[in-house]
Design a protein around this ligand. Structure first.
Ligand code: HEC
Length: 378
C-alpha cells in the first residue's frame, strides 16, 4: 500500500480548485486557516506565558485581576486581595513560592490552595510570584523580603503589627554578696502606620531580689516611633531610623527607673548574606537630666533558618554591647503555628567582657503577629 496515495488523491482533487485566480485562493483559504488556528488554540495549545498560565490555572480562584473575587467560586476560602499592598507586601517571596509549590498547608494555609510542585518548574513558580507582585501597584511599601525573623535584643528594622512578651531571668553572682535571681518581663505593642512607619509602646515589669526581700515594680515605660527609610525590593535590605522616649515611671531609688526622661535615637538595618540573616541596631540614650550618664548600645545578629517553612527553627547569635561591656547571646527561635503568626525564642546572654562582675541572663520572647491568620482556614 502506498501511504502517499491518499494525500495525492486529495491534492489531485484540489487541482481544479487551485486553477482559480490567486486572490480567489487567498479569499477562500484565509478564513479557513484562521478558523483552524483558533480551534486548535482553544482546544489543545497550552498557555505558554505566565500571565496566560495565571488565567488558565489560577484565575478561577484568584481572579484575573488578583482580587480573589470570582463570579462562580468553587471554593469556600476567599484568597487575599492581591491588589491590597498592605497585606501582600509584608509577605516574603519565599513564602509565596512555598505556597505555590506545596499548596496552602505548606505555609499553614487552607488546603483549598492546591500545590503545583509536580507541574511547575522553580523558575515558573518564581515567575508566578513576580506576576502576583504586579497586582500591588504602589512600590513605596517596604518589601517583605526584608522581613527577617526578630532577634531577641537587636531591634528589627521591618515595621510590624505585633504583640511581644520578653521575659528575662538573670543570675547575679557577685563575690561580695549571696547569689540573686532577678526576673523581668517587657510587654511591647507594635503597630504599623501607613506604608513605612510604626509606633511601639513598651511596659517593663520587674521582680527583683533584694536579699532580704523581693520587690515587684513597673519600670520606665517607653514609646517609640520607627520609619523604614530605605528598603530594596530585589536584594533583601532595609534601613530604619527611630526615636524612642523613655518616661520616668519606674522607682528611681531602687534602680527600677532612671528618674528622668531619656531620648533615644536609633538605627536598625538588615540584609542577607547567602542564606544568613544579618541584622544590626544601634542607639544612644540621652537623658534629659544631664547628671545621668549617657549610654551607647550596639547589637549585631547572625542567624539562619533550618527550613523554608514558616514554622521552621531559626538558629542565631547576637553580640550585644553597652558602652564598654559586651555580651554574646546564642539563641533559637521556632514558629509555633503553621503560618508562623506565633513564635517563640530562647537564648542566653553571656558576658564576654567584665567576666565575673556581670550577670548571665536567660532571655527570650513570645511574639504574636496579630493580623496574620493564627491557624489555617478549612
Ligand atoms: C482551587 C482554588 C485555587 C487555585 C486554582 C489556586 N489557588 Fe492560590 N490560593 C487559594 C486559596 C483559597 C488561598 C488562600 C488560602 C488561605 O488564606 O488559607 C490561596 C493562596 C495562595 C497563595 C498564598 C497567598 C497568601 O495568602 O500568603 C499563593 C502564593 C497562591 N495562592 C498562588 C497561586 C497560584 C500561582 C496559582 C496558580 C498556579 C493558584 N494559587 C491557584 C486557592 C487557589
Amino acid at each position: 500500500m502506498d501511504p502517499t496515495n491518499g494525500r495525492q488523491a486529495r491534492k489531485g482533487g484540489l487541482v481544479p480548485f487551485l486553477s482559480a485566480t490567486r486572490s480567489g485562493i487567498v479569499e477562500v483559504l484565509t478564513p479557513l486557516l484562521l478558523a483552524t488556528a483558533l480551534a486548535l488554540g482553544a482546544q489543545a495549545a497550552p498557555p505558554t506565558t505566565i500571565p496566560e498560565m495565571w488565567g488558565a490555572w489560577c484565575a478561577r480562584c484568584h481572579a484575573d485581576d488578583g482580587s480573589g473575587q470570582v463570579k462562580e467560586p468553587t471554593i469556600t476560602v476567599v484568597p487575599m486581595d492581591l491588589r491590597d499592598c498592605r497585606w501582600t507586601t509584608a509577605e516574603p517571596d519565599a513564602d509565596w513560592q512555598r505556597a505555590i509549590a506545596k499548596g496552602g498547608p505548606g505555609v499553614g494555609r487552607s488546603s483549598e490552595m492546591p500545590g503545583f510542585e509536580d507541574s511547575l518548574t522553580p523558575s515558573q513558580i518564581a515567575g508566578f510570584v513576580t506576576h502576583m507582585r504586579g497586582f500591588c501597584t504602589d512600590t513605596r511599601w517596604p518589601s517583605g523580603n526584608s522581613n527577617f525573623p526578630r532577634p531577641i535584643i537587636t531591634e528589627k528594622a521591618f515595621p510590624e503589627n505585633e504583640f511581644v512578651l520578653l521575659p528575662a531571668v538573670s543570675h547575679e553572682t557577685e563575690p561580695s554578696s549571696a547569689p540573686a535571681t532577678d526576673v523581668s518581663l517587657v510587654a511591647t505593642y507594635e503597630r504599623r502606620l501607613g506604608r513605612r512607619a510604626m509606633y511601639e509602646v513598651s511596659i517593663p515589669f520587674y521582680n527583683w531580689d533584694f536579699q532580704s526581700s523581693r520587690d515587684s515594680e513597673i519600670g520606665d515605660v517607653a514609646v517609640a516611633f520607627k520609619y523604614a527609610a530605605f528598603s530594596s525590593a530585589t536584594t533583601p535590605g532595609i534601613v530604619s531610623f527611630g526615636l524612642e522616649t523613655t518616661l520616668p515611671t519606674g522607682q528611681l531609688y531602687k534602680e527600677f527607673g532612671k528618674g528622668t526622661v531619656v531620648i533615644e535615637p536609633f538605627v536598625a538595618a538588615g540584609t542577607m548574606l547567602g542564606s544568613w540573616y544579618v541584622q544590626a541596631s544601634s542607639k544612644v540614650e540621652l537623658p534629659v537630666d544631664t547628671l545621668v550618664d549617657r549610654a551607647y548600645l550596639y547589637n549585631l545578629y547572625l542567624g539562619r533558618d533550618s527550613s523554608a517553612a514558616p514554622n521552621s527553627w531559626t538558629l542565631g547569635v547576637e553580640l550585644n554591647g553597652e558602652n564598654r561591656k559586651l555580651w554574646i547571646t546564642p539563641q533559637i527561635r521556632k514558629g509555633l503555628t503553621g503560618t508562623g503568626a506565633l513564635a517563640a525564642s530562647l537564648g542566653v546572654s553571656i558576658p564576654v567582657k567584665y567576666r565575673g562582675e556581670k550577670v548571665v541572663s536567660w532571655v527570650g520572647y513570645l511574639v504574636w503577629e496579630f493580623l496574620e491568620p493564627f491557624r489555617s482556614k478549612r
